[in-house]
Ligand binder design. Structure first.
Ligand SMILES: Cc1cc2nc3c(=O)[nH]c(=O)nc-3n(C[C@H](O)[C@H](O)[C@H](O)COP(=O)(O)O)c2cc1C
Length: 364
């Protein structure tokens, strides 16, 4: 008998083939116009046996951009490009959410005709630099957003969600992880604001709350998800009060009845090491809806997490890059292909390191 992980699962009204999700993976194949293309449709279609695909992070506006050749969802061309991707996944029997993204301080003025990236506060990301369309640059001190500017950003999320509906996506995942705009509002390390969007855990949660409230008026709440990285160090994150902050956020998110809460509970993508990691058991103490775990999971640890009820679903990132048929390999206990080298993760080099990983049962 197939394990719970590999058996069909009803995620609210969505009938999923299994409890495995493909984690959002930025791959930088959209070109400078940020329009999804046929190669991307092939890539996602190859991975459609995942119970749910979460698309690569996709920007909600021009202001949200901060990664070379990543896709957007704020023009008619982008909607049409995504529609081809979504149709291909649906034809292959899969389901797909789009991950909605604003890069915030992890951007650079090269993406914005010289204007500084925006953030809750003027706190620069300490890191080894950022790839911009004009080459590798040092991170800059971002411009703190005015209170009066925040409603326009919420409106951009609404437009992006409306566009996602036009493209046929099954739902949206709001990216509030990894140090991008929404995460940087949540965290005391990057949010030093004096207005109602800063100061205590409730105020720092205010922007995410407004975004989720607004997006759940476009899609039904059970088609809207949120991603959090309470333990993450990526993009120079990690705040001393992470437990209090994320416990508050998860408690508050209960009120929406979301599709799922995507929590990067594992430490395989960088741990801030400021105390004990927030585990799925911690999450389950406060959050009552479906939980998707992520980071460094294997077939064994994912099976155990789902069997024990620690999570309803598990997402896999890196394993899906080199194993388009990850689900089939799990089902047959087959060996996984070696991890793709990092230089192939994002580089805009077309099919190489992207769609050229073969499935075990493929005639190629
Ligand atoms: C190439 C690459 C691109 C990524 N892009 C995104 C992204 O667009 N959005 C996001 O939330 N996380 C992103 N992540 C993080 C993954 O979703 C995932 O959390 C991470 O790879 C850990 O899971 P894994 O151990 O199964 O790979 C990315 C990771 C990698 C390796």
């Amino acid at each position: 008998m197939a394990s719970k992980l590999l058996s069909p699962f009803s995620l609210h009204k969505l009938e999923l083939a299994n409890r495995i999700a493909m984690a959002p993976l930025t791959r930088g194949r959209s070109g400078a116009d940020r329009v999804p293309n046929d190669l991307m449709a092939t890539y996602y279609c190859q991975r459609a046996s995942a119970g749910l695909i979460i698309s690569e992070a996709t920007t909600i506006s021009a202001q949200a951009n901060g990664w070379v050749d990543s896709p957007g969802i704020y023009t008619q061309e982008m909607i049409a490009g995504w529609k081809k991707v979504v149709d291909a996944v649906h034809e292959a029997g899969g389901k797909i959410f789009v991950q909605l993204w604003h890069t915030g301080r992890a951007s650079h003025s090269d993406f914005h005709n010289g204007d500084l990236p925006v953030a809750p506060s003027a706190v620069a990301l300490q890191g080894d630099g950022i790839h911009t369309p004009l080459g590798k640059k040092k991170h800059q001190t971002p411009r703190a957003l005015k209170t009066s500017e925040l409603s326009a950003i919420v409106a951009d999320y609404v437009t992006a969600a409306t566009n996602a509906q036009s493209a046929g996506f099954d739902g949206v995942e709001i990216h509030s992880a990894n140090g991008y705009l929404l995460d940087s509002f949540l965290q005391s390390k990057t949010n030093l604001r004096q207005d109602q969007y800063g100061g205590d855990v409730a105020n720092r949660y205010r922007l995410l709350n407004e975004v989720v409230s607004a997006v759940t008026k476009v899609f039904p709440a059970d088609c809207v998800a949120v991603r959090l990285s309470p333990n993450g160090a990526f993009n120079d994150m990690g705040s001393p009060d992470y437990r209090a902050q994320f416990t508050h956020v998860m408690t508050e998110l209960n009120k929406f009845g979301l599709a799922y809460l995507h929590v990067m509970d594992g430490l395989a993508f960088g741990f801030h090491d400021l105390g004990a990691p927030l585990t799925l058991a911690d999450v389950k103490q406060v959050y009552h809806g479906p939980v998707m775990g992520n980071c460094g999971y294997t077939l064994a640890s994912a099976t155990a997490a789902v069997e024990s009820g620690a999570a309803e679903m598990i997402s896999f990132g890196r394993p899906f890059i080199s194993n388009p048929d990850l689900v089939h390999r799990f089902e047959t206990d087959a060996q996984l292909a070696p991890e793709a080298p990092m230089e192939d993760w994002y580089t805009p080099q077309g099919a190489r390191g992207y769609t050229d990983f073969t499935a075990l049962n493929s005639p190629d």
